[in-house]
Design a protein around this ligand. Structure first.
Ligand code: AMP
Length: 177
């Protein structure tokens, strides 16, 4: 089995969560397979193909899971991006549109040094709004988005198109057409 087949076999579709019409891709069964989790991290490192990453930046909260593992594997710092109001120190913020209304992401103002190249990681790419906002935070701090990685990409929502201006290296291990 390919790594995509192994991950897909474990991802659980939960219909109408968190609201009617959404099919939620539940990755928690993947987390219960430590051999596969290790293989996933190795696969990200392989697909980065030598791109020099200075720091891994990941989005609350499911992005933290593999984000921290990738940072650990690469021996680089990990930086959390969180929803507004969660980070305790001085922050900068970026708002983005949700289906209904607006949300705000924050990062500590001193978390990423200007000139660094970062990997941004999240569990899933849907419309791309979340990562577009995260990339803007990284760029506001003067850093560069060297690559963006996901476990899952929902191709039919075309989120990738919104991310291309930030980085040409977009990695997804599992795609749904
Ligand atoms: P978007 O900004 O539209 O790309 O949405 C991505 C964010 O929403 C990620 O942090 C995902 O965890 C979450 N998300 C969106 N759609 C789903 C879905 N169908 N299943 C699981 N998570 C989702």
């Amino acid at each position: 089995m390919t790594i995509e087949q192994r991950i897909k076999a474990l991802i659980r579709d939960v219909k109408d969560f968190p609201k009617p019409g959404i099919v939620f891709k539940d990755i928690t069964p993947v987390l219960k397979d430590p051999v596969l989790c290790n293989a996933i991290v190795d696969e990200y490192v392989k697909l980065l193909n030598g791109i020099k990453i200075d720091e891994v930046v990941a989005i609350e909260s499911r992005g933290f899971l593999f984000g921290m593992m990738i940072a650990h594997k690469l021996h680089v710092p990990f930086v959390p991006i969180r929803k507004k109001g969660k980070l305790p120190y001085n922050t900068i913020e970026q708002s983005y549109n949700l289906e209904y209304g607006e949300a705000v992401l924050e990062v500590h103002a001193d978390a990423i040094d200007a000139g660094k190249t970062v990997l941004i990681h999240d569990d899933l790419l849907a419309t791309g709004g979340t990562i577009d906002a995260a990339a803007k935070l990284v760029e506001k701090l003067g850093a560069k988005v060297g690559a963006i990685s996901f476990l899952v990409e929902l191709d039919f929502l075309k989120g990738r198109e919104r991310l291309v201006p930030h980085s040409s290296k977009i990695i997804s291990l599992v795609n749904y057409q």
